[in-house]
Design a protein around this ligand. Sequence first.
Ligand code: TMO
Length: 321
Amino acid sequence: MMISKRLLTVSLLILFSLFHTSRIDAGEVKSAKPIKIIVNDWTSQIVNSKILGTVYESVGYTVEYPFYAVDKQFGAMNLGWAHIQVEIWEGTMLNAFENVKQKNVVEAGLHPAQTREEWWYPSYVKQSCPGLPDYRALNECAHLFATPTSHGKGVYIGGPWEKPDAKRIKALGLNFIIEIAKNSDELTALLQTAVKNQTPIVMFNWTPNWTDFAYDGEFVEFPAYEKACESDPKWGVNPLFTYDCGNPKGGRLFKGAWKGVKTEWPCAYQILENMKMTNHMIAEAAFLVDREHNTHDQAAKIWIERHQDIVKSWIPPSCSH
Ligand code: TMO
């Protein structure tokens, strides 16, 4: 009895390792463990995650989409709790990413897209505040952006992503307060209401985004960013405070992965490296949801149908079914 049980165990082990080896020989190591693709709280990131996840499923992987706020995601990735991030914006996430990059997180290549994240308004706002886009016009026009509870100060609508807006308001002496929208859906709703009523609004926005295709709009031009603006109070128009400048322009957009992805799901890692999104492609992904009211899943499906050749080109031949 004892012996046969042991025999059974041993033969099962041999069988299992044969099975495992044969998969390695095929050059398609496909761990059945789910790949956890991080989703954040703005549209293009969610749609891009679903696009990538759909491609992963098409080559046989299992995928999950845990939500993480941007300030929690890299800690989770460093511990291997989450595995992939498809849209890392230099302007909002570089420092947090750099903290984990030398540990258990790797950079998986750049998107060709060039990014900017900054205060923004739809163009009709300029009719009532003609000094824009120069930031100095904001104080002359602060009353236009006031609300019943802002005590005459202008209201700037920010997002839930780390930005030095409070420091900038102080350093540049702006007569503004900040209200934070909880995600890109709320920003979109506020913008659409303002446009419908042609009321002034100044809010956080970025490019690539759906607004690139939907509205004329402009970023506010603050004093041009330089690294020293963040660290040296003497730099810039205010000698006492840092952050008397705008956000960087021409920011990089890149991808990141938990280090273990390369060995656990090698094809997934290669596909992530090969996924390269332009400004146009990302704005389109967001437009499908924020303007055309598809769900994130529908948008991913439509996007993949429209760009089949591009999507196919991300999949190395040894990884396709
Ligand atoms: C990170 N975001 C694109 C919302 O600025």
